[in-house]
Design a protein around this ligand. Structure first.
Ligand SMILES: [Fe+2]
Length: 174
């Protein structure tokens, strides 16, 4: 998939430069997160008005750019929409443009999950992470439509999804 949106093309150029440095995954994720925090990207720059409405059936992920080494997706969450508990095939960096991406993080302990942390990611926040230890669930806890940009170290056009595994296990708190 090629970038036919100028803001996406510019972001892809900068991400490509970071990926070309050949850092370990966690450092690439952090460098891309830093890039997203410096960039004054708005949802309007990345997504069409129709895409920014979201989907009543669940959060929507739009792959805006993909390449063998990384992909850029815009994710739109209506209030309350939530992912299942999952982890990822590769490093990920994200930046929040609107809404609140409330993240619950887990650690796998045998045949159960232990909830380790909760984080509110607010507009302007960005973060990066890399497997392993990347099990989480994300919910838009704000009353407005949430939009975020996610960059993954994988070719989503080929794989179809950044999810490695979903988890349906008993959860305990730490
Ligand atoms: Fe995720």
């Amino acid at each position: 998939m090629s970038a036919n949106r100028p803001a996406v093309a510019r972001l892809a150029t900068d991400v490509r430069r970071i990926v070309a440095r050949g850092l370990v995954s966690a450092d690439t994720a952090q460098a891309v997160a830093d890039l997203l925090s410096r960039r004054a990207l708005g949802a309007r720059d990345l997504l069409t008005e129709e895409e920014r409405q979201g989907d009543p059936d669940g959060y929507a992920s739009y792959v805006l750019y993909s390449h063998p080494d990384f992909s850029i997706a815009g994710v739109v969450w209506r209030p309350g929409q939530v992912t299942v508990i999952h982890d990822h095939v590769a490093w990920c960096a994200f930046g929040v443009l609107s809404g609140i991406e409330h993240e619950t993080l887990y650690r796998l302990d045998g045949d159960r999950l232990v909830e380790t942390r909760e984080v509110d990611n607010l507009p302007g926040d960005s973060n990066g992470f890399a497997p392993p230890g990347d099990i989480h669930m994300v919910r838009n806890t704000s009353r407005e439509v949430g939009v975020s940009v996610h960059v993954y170290g994988a070719d989503l056009a080929r794989l179809g999804s950044s999810v490695r595994r979903t988890y349906d296990l008993p959860v305990t708190t730490a």
